[in-house]
Design a protein around this ligand. Sequence first.
Ligand code: GDP
Ligand code: IMO
Ligand code: MG
Length: 420
Amino acid sequence: MVDVILGLQWGDEGKGKIVDFFAKNYDLIARFQGGPNAGHTLYVNDKKIVLHQIPSGIFHEDKINLIGNGVVLDAVTLKKECDAVAEMGVDYRKNLFISERTHLILPTHRALDKASELSKGTDKIGSTLKGIGPAYMDKTGRNGLRVGDLLDKNFTTQYIRLRLKHQRLLDNFNFQEDISKWEEEFFEALEFLREFKIVNGEYFINEKISQGKRVLAEGAQGSMLDVDFGTFPYVTSSSTISAGVCSGLGIAPQKIKEVIGITKAYCTRVGSGPFPTELTDETGDFLRNAGNEFGSTTGRPRRCGWIDLVALQFACMINGVTQLVMTKADILDGLDELKVCNSYKINGEEKNYIPFQMSRMDIEPLYKTFEGWKRDISAISHYGDMPGQMNTYIDYLNNFLKVPVKYISNGPGREQIVTV
Ligand code: GDP
Ligand code: IMO
Ligand code: MG
């Protein structure tokens, strides 16, 4: 049996915290897509840690963690992350496994990411520049190198061939970067990776499932960044939605039970692209400061705005979300009133769907306004103690989305979560 936790907005919904919270109920936690573009923040014994590639179940000693085939892996980042978790007492050699089909991010992928973004000028995607797009391009273009290839004696020859190909592309971009300085640490990290538990991920996970073990699939990014259904071209390069769990881990769709969708009580986006409910006024600044909305991976300020139910309804539909977790509800504590976007006005007409090309459209969000609760909710542990105004807000969301909000997160701490 497999449950999924994924983000329903443009990423950074608090997936790391929620996966860490739920991990106690599972035997195996697996990442199925994305790479070091992700930044999942956890607080363990009051110490903050940001995970980029290691699944967020790693701090539970008796749980297995798997980096699935759908991920693109940066060995250098992995090595640094492993050092950081080891310092916090984690024996990653024991409970972290990597699928042999996972594609590697090479130093030249990072250079190509930079070159591609520079060439786009003001139309740039706002990529994290971690080499994600070029690594997935080499996967679908059938050129990429995989973790399992590290054990092949021809690995270096294959690497050199691909590097030459990349160099020609970089020359076409007229992009210069001294890649050899990145290669030294890359090759060191590959040695480190060779000593890992490299497994056939699909047999590994299916065996666990048939033994009755409980699997939790951890998404990265969010549904509105999905390569097919997100705000293309301002998206990432992987399938961030529940369908990505099947191809990213090698499991059948009937094995998936709960799809737990995470939404913030408001909305953020980092990088370029459409964001209909964005607030560029003092309320937006308030959300950024109160919510500490600065990228976990790049430190960039996040764009902030009201919750967008048109986008959330779309995300619930394409993912088959069965329950919702609302995070960062405490950030709304200081607001007199809250707004919820429940339709768009496009060319003078009211619409309640996500249009084909949001970035070429003038979308006016239409709002319903709610009274704020103006109370500190961060220490509340029972839903019955939550303010009545929050009840009204949650009831509205439940009715609109037809999916129940089951949990409300009211602080970054591990136990700051309330069951509805
Ligand atoms: P992820 O990428 O989805 O895992 O999210 P990030 O870690 O990038 O960003 C979420 C941020 O919000 C992190 O700094 C978390 O510590 C923090 N956070 C998560 N849940 C809550 C919450 O309910 N309240 C507050 N105040 N912060 C939260
Ligand atoms: P987590 O898992 C928020 C955004 C980037 C950019 C676009 C493409 O922490 O929620 P990429 O590096 O993939 O080429 O960037 O996607 N992006 C994220 N935004 N959270 C993330 O991950 C993101 N990963 C990528 O800012 O707009
Ligand atoms: Mg993040």
